[in-house]
Ligand binder design. Structure first.
Ligand code: NAD
Length: 254
């Protein structure tokens, strides 16, 4: 077993599906004690079975992270069932296709609360839980936070704020031994994107505008989250790292 996360106790959100699911399973495989959190209880139980079949284990908690008191519940449950956490991976989120002029106040509030509000509430609570021992927070931003992509205004605004919050909290809590970083996934094949990928919506993006010509997989992101959560990244904080096959860092045209 790769023991990269041995001795760590981690909370992973969005763990019932896609990137969060791959991350929770990888964390368990690499030796972390894991609390997997999502509002989708069925998906969490499937994850638990999948992890057990691989000879590992994790604990699960079904909760809607936008509900009142959710952050408190997550950290209380972790302390009771798994142990005092020293890693928080904020992966739960929801994309959406809304240009600015078509975005209602309700849409705006929904995307901010789901993508930014949950990350903020859990990160604030993590600072208390980590205490003097320090820890690592890994947030999930998006390539949409790094460059304008038409048709996704409230989501991109929320993810941009996730990257700002990442830098901000890195500055505020480095002296307490807390590192805060983010990943910015590009197109990754998950239940959130699979239908559009199958319909060919992103074919041009994949074959013509990135140097690495394939669709990303959840494990591609999970491995970077695991690195940022681990002591191997002990001198890395405040960064948002794109995991996008070179899409945001090049002007590649194939
Ligand atoms: N897939 C991509 O191409 C891509 C690209 C950039 C960023 N991202 C980001 O990566 C993260 C994971 O995306 P994914 O593609 O794996 O999506 P997904 O839909 O497969 O998984 C997201 C999970 O988050 C959970 N979730 C959402 N809102 C929640 C809430 N209020 N409370 C509890 N759980 C909640 C869902 O139940 C789901 O299990 C998201 O933050 C997303 O914005 C994904």
């Amino acid at each position: 077993m790769n023991g990269q996360l041995r001795g760590k106790t981690a909370i992973v959100t969005g763990a019932a599906s896609g990137i969060g699911r791959a991350t929770a399973a990888l964390f368990a495989a690499r030796g972390a004690a894991v609390l997997a959190v999502d509002r989708d209880e069925k998906g969490l139980l499937e994850l638990r079975d999948e992890v057990a079949a691989a000879g590992d284990e994790l604990a699960v908690l079904a909760v809607d992270l936008t509900s009142a008191g959710a952050a408190e519940r997550v950290f209380d449950h972790c302390a009771e069932v798994v142990g005092t956490p020293d890693v928080l991976a904020n992966i739960a989120g929801r994309a959406g296709d809304r240009p600015a002029a078509d975005t209602t106040d309700e849409d705006f509030e929904f995307f901010l609360r789901t993508n930014l509000g949950t990350t903020f509430a859990l990160s604030r609570r993590a600072v208390i839980a980590f205490g003097d021992a320090g820890g690592a927070i890994v947030n999930t931003s998006s390539t949409f936070a790094l460059t304008g992509v038409a048709g996704s205004a409230p989501y991109s605004a929320a993810k941009g704020a996730v990257s700002s919050l990442t830098r901000q909290m890195a500055a505020e809590y480095g002296r307490r031994g807390i590192r805060v970083n983010a990943v910015a996934p590009g197109l990754i094949e998950t239940p959130a994107t699979r239908a559009k990928i199958a319909a060919g919506v992103f074919d041009d993006l994949v074959t013509r505008s990135r140097p690495l010509p394939r669709v990303g997989q959840p494990i591609d992101v999970a491995r970077v989250v695991a690195f940022l959560a681990s002591d191997e990244a002990a001198f890395v904080t405040g960064l948002t790292i794109p995991v996008d096959g070179g899409w945001s860092s090049t002007h590649f045209r194939g």
